[in-house]
Write a protein that binds this ligand. Structure first.
Ligand code: F6P
Length: 361
């Protein structure tokens, strides 16, 4: 008798561009590769797995979604206690409910697409006995074991475009502009967008900034006839004086001064120190929205097709990644073991320094 392979798909955590391209890649490749397969899409990420809420997916569901932003399955964030459990509001462990859905559907494998946090929580699913294959998706590009993630390049394109547009208005008014970019505690997105759009100063979480040196840098630009400056600020950027504080302490200190984010605080300090108008632009979730760029469509399709191959070969417990242009299967235990921060000696930071971009240190 023909054996049917049963696969669940989950998109978890913050969305990004390329999720639908990856869903399409998995679905099409599974249907193409295997004689008999049944695919179940969990609604709203782990929430669907917890609540036994899913949709049966057929060939037609994987068509026409390559260029669509977001995720057709929906997503959600769950409370995750690092290395220990996924819990509800009251701290109850949700693993039994997830195992129950997995067993009830008699799944051979669950494909989980997620960012840095989801790789870690997916390892808990694996430890609980589920067969898991994960895909690295996030605009933050902070997942260990892969050179890049899908969503990242699309967000770089959008963030660069924002800074491109800010250039003309900054120059017309002779203002300092701070463009605050996402990326959580990693500076990949800000570094790439900053270099790609010619920012004058780039502030990254990995390189704590010295405020006085930023002032000196902008003054130097003014003396050389440049009346405006553009600063690409990572949302997780931190000053050398604040780096000892916890994230919560930094947030509280900022809010006491009436500043919602690091860029607003810096803008007000720079206005005072330099007597020049400063403005803040925060593109926020715009960076995560809309269609994936063609690079991400290709990457997500490659990742999806690779996940299907792993399932066909029953090679579970790994994350599909890309290293030096080659698709690889990284043990999930490795991928979940750490966060991929930007190394301070990264060649792109050196390139920035070579062309006179200032990193605030
Ligand atoms: O991890 C992706 C990301 O967009 C980060 O860059 C950002 O800090 C965070 O998610 C925002 O989270 P939320 O969508 O829950 O506001």
């Amino acid at each position: 008798m023909k054996r049917t392979t049963r696969v669940g798909i989950v998109t978890s955590g913050g969305d990004c561009q390329g999720l639908n391209a990856a869903i399409r890649g998995i679905g099409k490749a599974l249907l193409h590769d295997l004689d008999s397969v049944e695919i179940f899409g969990m609604r709203d990420g782990y929430r669907g797995l917890i609540d036994n809420d899913y949709q049966y997916m057929e060939a037609k569901d994987f068509s026409g979604i390559l260029t669509e932003g977001g995720t057709i399955l929906g997503t959600s964030r769950q409370r995750y206690i690092p290395g220990k459990a996924i819990v509800d509001e009251d701290g109850n462990d949700l693993m039994p409910a997830m195992l129950d859905t997995y067993n009830r559907l008699n799944l051979d494998c669950l494909v989980v697409m997620g960012g840095n946090g989801t790789q870690k929580s997916a390892k808990l699913l694996m430890d609980a006995g589920m067969n898991v294959v994960t895909l690295p998706k996030t605009i933050d590009n902070d997942i260990y074991g892969t050179d890049t993630t899908f969503g990242f390049q699309s967000a770089v394109d959008i963030a660069s475009n924002v800074i491109d547009y800010i250039h003309s208005t900054a120059s017309s008014h002779g203002r300092i502009f701070l463009v605050e970019l996402m990326g959580r505690d990693a500076g990949w997105l800000t570094l790439h967008a900053g270099i790609g759009s010619g920012a004058d100063v780039i502030l990254l979480p990995e390189i704590p900034y010295d405020f006085d040196k930023i002032v000196e840098g902008i003054e130097r630009r003014r003396k050389s006839g440049r009346n405006f400056s553009i600063i690409a600020v990572a949302e997780g950027a931190v000053s050398i004086t604040d780096q000892q504080l916890s994230e919560e302490e930094r947030r509280r200190a900022r809010e006491q001064l009436g500043h919602s984010t690091i860029s607003y605080r810096l803008a007000s300090e720079l206005e005072k120190a330099l007597g020049q108008e400063a403005r803040v632009t925060v593109p926020g979730h715009y960076q995560r929205g809309g269609p994936p760029c063609p690079y991400d469509r290709v990457l997500a399709t490659r990742f999806g097709a690779a996940a299907a191959r792993l399932i066909r070969d029953r090679q579970y417990g790994c994350m599909v990644g890309i290293q030096k242009g080659e698709i690889v299967a990284v043990p999930l235990a490795d991928a979940a073991s750490q966060t991929k921060f930007l190394p301070v000696d990264h060649p792109l930071i050196q390139t920035g320094r070579d062309i006179g971009i200032f990193f605030g240190d």
